[in-house]
Design a protein around this ligand. Structure first.
Ligand SMILES: *[C@@H]1O[C@H](CO)[C@@H](O)[C@H](O)[C@H]1NC(C)=O
Ligand SMILES: *[C@@H]1O[C@H](CO)[C@@H](O)[C@H](O)[C@H]1NC(C)=O
Ligand SMILES: [Zn+2]
Length: 598
């Protein structure tokens, strides 16, 4: 599957990317780094069934330090600017910012038949014109599969006049129902809702559902400027990470409105675009945030799907759009669920596409389907699970990183995204390492609140020679706390930032896995949403023209590289200070024989 290979990419991020030989290789994709963030608590890293009772209520306190819920985030925040600067803007197509009506909808428009920017709202295009972008995921390839997914959650509790009617359906109502029916789903979360009700998001993850992003304030994304898009995506990623401990690799544009400009930004921020191919139109029923579609019309959509399946009319499965938006959508879903389960194989929307672990954190192991955990990431047997599995490994004792054979520099670590494993007796052992000096619980209180977007490291004590971005003593005494910050070096007991001219020379063997885009998706015969249905968004947002010019800070790669052997970073000639690395987004390459390369 497409995403299977991109999951390998995650393990190797730009490394696997560069190892790919075709020109249609995916572009480097990286997990964002979130400064000044408290570590999520109460999160389990593997599925732990029935830890909640149906009578449990959830804490209703929100996260702090975020933009106002349901408002367009500021485009001048230092964090947003830092995320913006990590994107390679020369890779982002210069598609026009689409016009928007005062009610928030986009102005119906077209780029013509050639559809150069693969604008879904205009042509239902799902196969980007940009070579490095993978196709959107929009269906379940296997006949009989119902890819379950709910948008717009977590369903927040009301405190106003809607409370009486809505709150019986607000979370944890749907998650209780799914737990009872042993049903897992993909959940597309709105950042504002996560920040307002983080306990519900945590419940979603802990219950074994797959989390993805659905923007901060639910705008029509092609009407947003580049920096506005970054802001919408950044705060949502951060809120989900703070609430649940995971950084998601999947997102769904509100109303499906996406073109290659938007896709490219989302991709570079670590996410793949997920759409759908059947719509229950549940979102349009009368209830808060809904419209005026009669519930019996929605009943008819559900009934039609079941009828067609029974009649053998479908050649594939489907990703069927549903919402945890209000009492009407949740109640409707509860009503139809047993009937759907009787006819379809109901699985999370990503699972039917073989995506079983949609997070940058590879230590999170959750059910692949509806019950039981998926195999742990460190399993050494080859399996169809898209989590990278290590072959019998030889690694440097004491090194760390997720099980990938001999990994990066002989460590259990290939790159920034997989430094969560330990090498014991020459083998990568998975996360748990009883012998490491510092155990996994990092001091949540240590996080220094600095306004700088990139953590620069307080006076730290770390293990000399280890690396990871400056977070105190970090993970296992290294300058590394988790996958997202393994880009720093420990010198004289301190995390020093990216540049390390004195890094000891280590020659490495590189891993041999080449990931290729497997051609699988067909997109000819699926029933697509024909009417570009629009949700009546309550928040009408003016495209405030703080259109920041994409001042690309592209540095020229020098032809003749000279770098310090063993250093890493992308093709930038000699990078900074002889290092193959000049910014946090390009430290995925290794210097060999004085040249940056893989
Ligand atoms: C940005 O992308 C362009 C086009 O693919 C590439 O030539 C350039 O090296 C990239 N810049 C950085 C900083 O990675
Ligand atoms: C829930 O669904 C049932 C069955 O369609 C319907 O009779 C009932 O009115 C619905 N209740 C709400 C609150 O939407
Ligand atoms: Zn939505």
């Amino acid at each position: 599957m497409l995403f299977t290979s991109s999951l390998f990419l995650i393990a190797g991020a730009a490394q696997a990317y560069a190892a790919t030989t075709t020109s249609s290789s995916f572009a480097p994709q990286f997990s964002p780094v979130f400064p000044n963030m408290k570590k999520a608590t109460g999160v389990v890293t593997s599925y732990n069934p029935n830890q909640y009772k149906a009578t449990d209520t959830l804490d209703t306190s929100g996260l702090s330090g975020y933009p106002n819920p349901w408002e367009a985030p500021s485009t001048t925040s230092a964090e947003v600017k830092a995320a913006y600067n990590l994107i390679n803007w020369s890779k982002v197509p210069k598609a026009p910012v689409r016009k928007q009506k005062s009610n928030g909808d986009w102005v119906s428009d077209s780029d013509g038949d050639s559809d150069p920017y693969c604008w879904w709202s205009s042509t239902n295009c799902l196969s980007p014109k940009v070579s490095y972008l993978p196709d959107d995921i929009y269906t379940c390839p296997k006949k009989g599969d119902w890819g379950l997914n709910y948008d717009d959650g977590p369903f927040n509790r009301y405190t106003d006049e809607n409370a009486k009617k809505e709150n019986p359906y607000a979370e944890p109502a749907l998650y209780n129902f799914l737990q009872k029916t042993e049903q897992k789903s993909t959940l597309f979360y709105i950042g504002s809702n996560v920040a307002t009700y983080p306990a519900a998001a945590k419940r979603g993850l802990n219950d074994g559902h797959q989390l993805c992003s659905h923007t901060w304030s639910h705008p029509v994304m092609t009407t947003q400027t580049n920096i506005q898009i970054v802001a919408e995506l950044y705060w949502t990623l951060k809120a989900i990470k703070e609430a649940t401990g995971v950084t998601v690799k999947c997102w769904r544009p509100p109303q499906g409105d996406v073109d290659d400009r938007v896709r490219s930004i989302a991709w570079q921020m670590g996410m793949r675009t997920i759409l759908w191919d059947e719509d229950t139109n549940d979102w349009a029923m009368p209830a808060p945030g809904g419209g005026d579609l009669a519930p019996k019309k929605v009943d008819a959509y559900f009934a039609g799907l079941i009828k067609n399946e029974k009649a053998g009319k479908y050649k594939t499965g489907h990703i069927v759009l549903e919402h945890e938006l209000n009492s009407a959508t949740v109640n409707m879903s509860m009503f139809w669920m047993p009937k759907i389960q009787a006819v379809f194989n109901v699985v999370p929307a990503l699972t039917c596409n073989n995506i079983l672990q949609p997070y940058w954190e590879e230590n999170f192991v959750y059910p692949a389907g509806n019950s039981g955990p998926s195999p742990p990431a460190s399993t050494t047997t080859a399996s169809p699970v898209p989590v990278p599995t290590g072959s019998p490994s030889t690694c440097t004792p004491g090194s760390f990183g997720l099980g990938q054979g001999d990994g990066y520099n002989g460590a259990c670590c290939n790159d920034q995204s997989d430094c969560l494993d330990d090498c014991l007796s020459g083998s990568c052992n998975g996360e748990a390492n009883p012998n490491t000096p510092v155990t996994t619980a990092p001091p949540a209180t240590v996080t220094t609140a600095s306004p700088a977007p990139v953590p620069t490291g307080s006076p730290s004590t770390c293990t000399a020679g280890s690396f990871g971005l400056g977070q105190g003593d970090g993970y296992n005494g290294a300058c590394c706390k988790d996958q997202s910050d393994c880009l720093d070096d420990c010198l004289s007991g301190s995390c020093n930032g990216l540049v390390n001219p004195n890094k000891p020379v280590i020659t490495t063997t590189k891993k041999t896995t080449t990931t290729k885009k497997t051609t699988t998706t067909k997109k000819t015969t699926t029933t697509k949403k024909t009417t570009t249905t629009k949700k009546a968004t309550t928040t009408t947002k003016k495209a405030t023209t703080t259109t920041k010019k994409a001042t690309t800070t592209t540095k020229k790669p020098t032809a003749t590289a000279s770098c310090i052997a063993g250093a890493r970073g992308k093709k930038k000639g000699n990078g900074k200070t002889g290092y193959c690395c000049s910014s946090s987004d390009d430290c995925l390459e290794t210097c060999r024989s004085g040249t940056c390369g893989l």
